[in-house]
Design a protein around this ligand. Structure first.
Ligand code: NCD
Length: 311
């Protein structure tokens, strides 16, 4: 049985192409499971998982919880708003207290980039990063890759455009590493203020022209403007942003080929994407959400398989 090369899933940067392919192939099997009348398998019956969400989340939290329950794991949930963090406890103390109740795996979302990498150096439990600030969101990138592969058959030589607030997006960074390792080409598109300086060093191309980007790609992954992470104004108004970078039906109608539209959610209709694009048959936004459960089942299952290994 092939195994992951790592004890944690901290970012797609730290996963090998074989790890990524193993997770996607395992997710195929779990997608079949969750479409059965009885959606549950006993694989993680002896495993306890804590979902630690120090930042808001709807679909990622529900997706992980469903994935855990469908694998028959025992699950405990923690959210920052109701925790002792407010009483001054450190992250490490909070997590060590939870672990002393015999928890095997941690799924963590945290506002600080690097929080999961930090924890992985201090605790024994396996960790899955469910989004650390503007850094990485590896299971989102994996479910995006899974969804592209499902729709187009392969990722090799496919052209993926990532549009929008790349500067503040953990989805963008995780997608860049993941897609490239699986053989896809990546181009970034957005206003210059929302494109990180020197991003070309990651091997991506950049365009500031949405029409050119859409014409180039097979798949457009549209990102939300992360207003909650913007402490200064990066563009004059949302209206202006959507005028220049919003993905609209009329832009798609001008292309000489059909493209696949993706979005990690939550979508802001009429800002980065129009309703008639988000709800069209070009869009695989809801398939992404469905695939998220299968991909997270695969990630949890494969990590649990590495229990007892030191490295
Ligand atoms: C993304 C996130 O939280 O980074 N959403 C998600 O996980 N479904 C993207 C976003 O919030 O825009």
């Amino acid at each position: 049985m092939p195994q992951l090369s790592t004890r944690h899933i901290l970012g797609t940067k730290y996963l090998t192409p074989d790890d990524l392919t193993l997770i996607l192939d395992t997710a195929n099997r779990f997608k079949e499971v969750i479409n059965r009348p009885i959606k549950k398998v006993p694989s993680l019956r002896d495993v306890t998982i804590a979902n630690l969400f120090f930042e808001n989340s709807t679909r990622t939290r529900i997706s992980f919880e469903l994935a855990e329950k469908r694998l028959s794991a025992d699950v405990v949930n923690f959210s920052a708003s109701s925790s002792s963090l407010k009483k001054g406890e450190t992250l490490l103390d909070t997590v060590n207290n939870i672990l002393s109740m015999k928890v095997d795996m941690i799924v963590m979302r945290h506002p600080a980039p690097g929080a999961c990498v930090f924890l992985s150096r201090h605790i024994d439990a396996h960790i899955i990063n469910a989004g650390d600030g503007t850094h990485e969101h590896p299971t989102q990138a994996l479910l995006d890759a899974f969804s592209i592969r499902e729709r187009l058959g392969t990722l090799v030589d496919k052209k993926v455009l990532i549009v929008g607030d790349v500067l503040h997006s953990r989805v963008a960074l995780s997608n860049i590493f993941c897609l490239q390792k699986l053989g896809a080409k990546v181009k970034i598109c957005g206003p210059p203020t929302l494109i990180p300086k020197h991003i070309e060093k990651l091997g991506v191309e950049v365009t500031y022209d949405i029409q050119e980007g859409l014409q180039w790609c097979d798949v457009a992954n549209v990102l939300r403007i992360q207003l909650e992470r913007q402490d200064i104004k990066y563009f004059p108004s949302l209206r202006e942003y959507s005028r220049y970078f919003g993905v609209t039906r009329s832009l798609l109608d001008q292309l000489d080929h059909e493209i696949v539209i993706m979005h990690p959610g939550p979508i802001n209709r009429g800002v980065e994407i129009d309703s008639d694009v988000a709800d069209s048959n070009h869009s695989i936004i809801l398939q992404q959400v469905e695939n998220g459960v299968a991909v997270r089942m695969a990630a949890l299952y494969l990590l649990a398989d590495r229990r007892g290994t030191a490295e």
